[in-house]
Design a protein. Sequence first.
Length: 127
Amino acid sequence: MMQIEQQQQQPQQQQNQLMVQNSGSLSFSSHLSKEDEEISKSALSTFRAKEEEIERKKMEVREKVQLQLGRVEEETKRLAVIREELEALADPMRKEVAQVRKKIDAVNKELKPLGNTCQKKGVQGSP
């Protein structure tokens, strides 16, 4: 009878040992998962902070570029005005010359038909 009790107790002892081992590994794994979770949270918050910093710097750079583009546009307009002024100084008579040329061209257009008419009459009038 003692042997039977001992045989029954052996599997029970083995089960108890397994339970103790399992509970130890479970607490260890739960401890590990908490540690992993904290590490993950820390890594995630670090990543988000860096992402926000990158976004902030990107906005700063964008603002600086917009300011520079505005300055470039203003300077381009100023350069165009200066170029016109320089051209006017280089040839102050240019506008007047252009106007006179236009008038000459207009008169030539009017005279051309008259010249043709005169030539026709001259050719017809000579025997």
